[in-house]
Design a protein around this ligand. Structure first.
Ligand SMILES: [Zn+2]
Length: 133
């Protein structure tokens, strides 16, 4: 067996391809040959900004709603109990801001394995498309 220099997978020697000084599996060779369009920052930004009503809604956010949304985007997930402290706002204000964002389908609540409640981006999923880059 040989180890692919890119993904670290074990491949049989007949499936491995020598690329300069490295050995790659066929999948990785294909990836490297293909222009990396998906990882082009401009293309990604463009795709995000043209996501439709969601992007429009984000632009319209103000005040605490915007700060809560930005915080969750930045961290990927925020503990419900931490949000008021992090935002320097009252629990009820944060609840209300979250309710608005939930209604706009920008954020949603998720129960973590330890039972606490997390605020997460509405469209997040484990191993989502950002992981591809
Ligand atoms: Zn590989």
């Amino acid at each position: 067996m040989v180890i692919c220099a890119r993904c670290g997978r074990e491949v049989s020697p007949e499936d491995a391809v020598r690329q300069g000084s490295r050995v790659l599996c066929e999948d990785c060779l294909m990836d490297e040959m293909r222009p990396a369009k998906a990882c082009d920052p401009w293309a990604v930004r463009h795709a995000r900004s043209s996501m439709g009503s969601g992007a429009e809604a984000v632009r319209a956010l103000r005040g605490l709603e915007k700060r809560l949304y930005d915080l969750v985007q930045e961290r990927g997930a925020v503990q419900k109990d931490d949000a008021p402290k992090l935002l320097g706002a009252g629990e009820r204000e944060v609840d209300r801001a979250f309710a608005t964002l939930r209604h706009m389908e920008l954020l949603r609540a998720e129960r973590a394995s330890d039972g606490s409640v997390l605020y997460v981006p509405f469209r997040s999923r484990p191993g989502g498309h950002t992981a591809a880059c």
